[in-house]
Design a protein around this ligand. Structure first.
Ligand SMILES: [Zn+2]
Length: 427
């Protein structure tokens, strides 16, 4: 792989991924200064405003048991449930998504967000077709944290090493990750779901409003619940119970709950409201973890790690640990906002911000690229890796269509009947 081309691509992505989240232009302070953080809680917080102990409230059913297994251990006798397992040491593919578009008519309504959503997101329908295709092509889900582990070498140094995975024979491993699973304010009016909740059946569902303003609780409109349902229907897609890794910022809360602080106009009332949101999100986090989802950091303020100073990066991450890590628990996975590599480069060097992150416990550092490249660093216990990005840019590109053919044919996935009328490279 040509390093220069990769750098060029990284620069291109960096520039273009500003569409990701409610992200600012590079250099601006946009997301780290959420101006409207207080009003939004009310708009999206309806379910959590219910009194907590209403006698009429029906009991949620006991959740079905959910088994999570370790793919680095060969099942006893080499088989499980009649399926033969085999060692796998090849590439572990890694695809990442942003929140999916629930209502294309709101997302692609021609406002200033339409093209950004077209570039960096897929619709719920396209996403389901992608899942169906990777399933048909023999991929099985593995959790990112199971793909490498820390070992001590002969020199007594700890280093990350790639794990041998034991997969159902003939299957290929696939990591899924999901950036910005925060339900940003701008998304709510642009055709996305508002938050994750636990439905009356005890399962995770999304809550939101349809274009007519009606409340909708569904499992078919959100990337998380669509995958949950898909795995229920195709359990062999996730032989170890893995789902995906959710990459969270903190500046507008997490998972649709406004758990963030705001340095301006903080009042006792706002803090009380925040504490309610924190209590409301806890069972969601617990259910996600129980059913195979894991969490990673996407920084608190969606900051560009390649350009910000060491002081800015560490202050931002302290806030992430305080407000997000305190809720989702320890994680070893860091997802670079805009794909921007720590200290401007983490391939040729291990800079001070990278070292600091590693000291905080991060071991897996994810950027964005044109393949599922990864490298265990030799000078520090860390692995750096790239992820592929199914979205409008790659669905429309002729070159990307070739590269993604091992997962799906973009022609079969892209829904041009709902997307803006923009160029398609392979048409
Ligand atoms: Zn992002």
């Amino acid at each position: 792989m040509c390093r220069i081309f990769r750098c060029f691509l990284a620069a291109l992505l960096l520039f273009s991924l500003t569409a990701c989240g409610s992200a600012p232009a590079p250099g601006s302070d946009g997301p780290s200064q959420p101006e409207e953080a207080s009003a939004q809680s009310d708009a999206s917080g309806a379910p959590s405003e219910e009194p907590q102990e209403t006698p009429a409230e029906p009991e949620k059913p006991e959740p079905e048991p959910y088994t999570i297994l370790d793919p680095t251990v060969m099942p006893e006798g080499g088989s499980r449930d009649g399926v033969t397992y085999a060692a796998y040491d090849g590439v572990v593919e890694h695809l990442f998504f942003h929140p999916v578009v629930a209502y294309p008519e709101l997302a692609f309504d021609g406002d200033y967000k339409s093209d950004g959503i077209d570039d960096w997101m897929v619709t719920a329908g396209e996403y389901l077709k992608i899942l169906e295709s990777v399933y048909e092509k023999g991929y099985v889900l593995v959790d990112i944290a199971d793909c490498w582990s820390e070992q001590t070498n002969e020199a007594g140094e700890t280093r990350m090493v790639k794990n041998t995975l034991y997969l159902p024979e003939g299957k290929k491993p696939l990591i899924l990750s999901y950036d910005d699973v925060n339900y940003y304010e701008y998304m709510l009016e642009n055709g996305f779901t508002y938050k994750l909740i636990i439905g009356d059946d005890g399962k995770l569902a999304s809550w939101g409003l349809d274009p007519e303003g009606n409340e909708v609780i569904s499992r078919d409109l959100d990337a998380v619940t669509i995958l949950d349902k898909f795995v229920e229907e195709h359990p062999d897609f996730s032989p170890f119970g893995a789902k995906g890794c959710l990459s969270l910022t903190g500046y507008e809360g997490i998972l649709g709950y406004r758990t963030q602080t705001d340095k301006d106009n903080w009042t006792a009332e706002r803090e009380a409201r925040r504490q309610e949101e924190i209590e409301a999100v806890k069972p969601i986090i617990a259910e996600l973890k129980r059913t195979g989802w894991t969490f990673g950091s996407h920084t608190w303020g969606h900051i560009s790690l390649n350009t910000r100073t060491y002081e800015t990066v560490t202050a931002d991450m302290r806030k992430w640990f305080d407000e997000v890590g305190s809720l989702v628990g320890d994680t070893t996975v860091l997802f670079y906002p805009f794909g921007g590599r720590l200290d401007g480069d983490d391939v040729q060097q291990t800079g001070p911000a990278f070292q600091w992150m590693q000291q905080q416990g991060f071991r897996i550092f994810c950027s964005v690229g044109i393949d599922s490249w990864s490298k265990c660093k030799s000078d520090i216990s860390a692995v750096i890796c790239d992820r592929l990005h199914p979205d409008g840019t790659t669905l429309r590109s002729a070159k990307a269509r070739e590269r993604y053919m091992k997962f799906y044919d973009a022609k079969d996935i892209i829904d041009l009947s709902v997307r803006p009328q923009r160029e398609v490279g392979w048409a």
